[in-house]
Design a binder for this molecule. Structure first.
Ligand code: AVJ
Ligand code: FE
Length: 445
């Protein structure tokens, strides 16, 4: 099989344009700021994307020389340190935006040249086999576009310029009544078959088939309105609802409500990407895994495992498994809130055409779904030759799997096997949750 050169060039052009637009929304005085203290400054990422492309496809893949050895080290890898003191300063002086963009243009030229004319599919080279390096760079960029949006989200509004075409918040509708549905026992196929997949990141392989006992799952994600009851009941002060790590984070950082909530003049608001939104009760709440877990305990429920998410999203009554919650058709704007159509969430249940076989809403889009599963490789995991440290650095027992997707997840990343992961106390991403329960949970003791 060969990679479609024109399709790669087109996807690459979309990626690069979208990144450019993102960086253009930041005011120049914020270019070296670090809106999320645990991550690199904004400027780093404008260098990281083109440097990663050169390091992965041109150098590691084609075995050619790079463009600028110093940049290709400086911008090699983002960070995900334990705490702010470990984040360090990266460089003491960053190149100017002009210099970074000039590098980006040279890198883009090299990548386009490779897509057009080079042997980017070679089965005698593990980095190029079946176009691995090409797909790696084409998916790396949209992945960062999402994490960059989380970051821009934290910027003060005066440090970013709202693009003219951005849709406003969809706030109509009161939250639907909470309801759960029974998902019968069955098989869930996690992962993917390395012989059949066009591309996947290393942690998606190999196939991993799990028998899942029956459980009940909330039809909707937990809404802000529901979560407010937990906040008002003093959920953040109830030690017994929190795990050790979560409690340290909440108590130590005086966390008292979701990061996306702000209080102004005695009223709650949602911090939207481009504006403050009067408390949107019907939107999914965005929280860390620790907060999601505390809420579900308060409800006498729990978070789904990764396998339970798969059963709920892709399983069906006849025993077959679907590619997407709604079936086999590719994702489009009728199926969920993803692919950058909206800067913020929309009310839960807005996409009936995206429901799973069991009638469960929003399993793809409108917010990643936290699971209780610790991020690890499936049995038989092997690091990918095009980016060997992609996953392994995070197999530390502290990261949890997220499934689904958010408003800022590109449609290409909605495939069934894709796995996201973050630390349990990471509150910045567009992540929500829903609760499950099963008869086995009610342990008498
Ligand atoms: C898969 C989103 C957790 O951003 O930390 C980008 C993706 N890895 N460059 C991250 C990633 C290296 C990664 N996540
Ligand atoms: Fe990266």
């Amino acid at each position: 099989m060969t990679i479609d050169r024109q399709a790669s060039l087109d996807w690459f052009a979309v990626n690069r344009r979208r990144s450019r637009e993102l960086f253009d929304t930041v005011t120049p005085d914020a270019y070296e700021s670090r809106p999320i203290p645990l991550r690199n400054p904004i400027c780093f990422y404008e260098g990281h994307l083109p440097a990663f492309n050169v390091n992965t496809l041109v150098k590691r893949g084609l075995g050619e020389g790079g463009i600028d050895p110093a940049y290709e080290v400086l911008f090699e890898r983002g960070i995900d340190p334990e705490d702010e003191s470990a984040a360090g300063n990266g460089a003491s002086r960053w190149p100017s935006r002009k210099e970074i963009q000039a590098y980006g243009e040279e890198s883009d030229r090299a990548i386009r040249e490779a897509f057009l004319n080079k042997e980017i599919v070679r089965d005698d080279n593990p980095v190029l086999a079946r176009g691995l390096a090409a797909y790696t760079i084409l998916e790396h960029e949209p992945m960062h576009q999402e994490t960059l949006r989380y970051m821009w989200h934290r910027l003060p509004y005066e440090k970013k310029v709202r693009p003219a075409a951005t849709p406003g918040p969809v706030v109509d509708g009161s939250p639907p009544a909470s309801r759960s549905v029974r998902v019968p026992a069955g098989k869930a196929t996690l992962g993917a078959d390395p012989e059949r997949a066009v591309f996947g990141w290393d942690n998606e392989f190999p196939l991993c088939i799990v028998d899942v006992p029956e459980f009940e799952m909330d039809v909707h994600d937990t809404t802000n309105a529901e979560y407010l009851e937990f906040v008002e009941d003093g959920g953040y002060e109830k030690r017994e609802l929190w795990d050790e790590e979560g409690w340290e984070w909440v108590a130590g950082g005086r966390v008292r409500h979701p990061l996306f909530w702000e209080r102004h003049g005695g009223a709650w608001f949602w911090r939207g990407m481009w504006e403050l939104v009067p408390f949107p009760g019907s939107w999914p709440v965005y929280v860390s895994c620790a907060e999601a877990r505390a809420y579900s305990r308060w409800k006498g429920k729990r978070l789904p495992s990764e396998a339970e998410y798969h059963r709920a999203a892709f399983g069906s009554a006849d025993g077959s498994e679907r590619s997407y919650p709604w079936g086999e058709e590719p994702p489009d704007e009728t199926r969920g809130n993803f692919d950058f159509a909206n800067p913020d969430p929309v009310p839960v249940g807005s996409f009936p055409a995206g429901r799973s076989a069991w009638g469960i809403h929003d399993l793809a889009g409108n917010g990643w779904e936290w699971t209780s599963t610790v991020f690890a490789g499936f049995p038989g995991f092997t690091p990918m030759p095009s980016y060997p440290v992609y996953s392994t650095d995070f197999f530390d027992g502290k990261h949890f799997v997220l499934k689904g997707g958010s408003p800022a997840t590109a449609k290409e990343l909605l495939r069934r096997s894709l796995r996201n992961w973050f630390r349990g106390n990471y509150p910045y991403l567009y992540a929500t949750f829903r609760c499950v329960q099963s008869s086995g949970d009610r342990v008498i003791g």
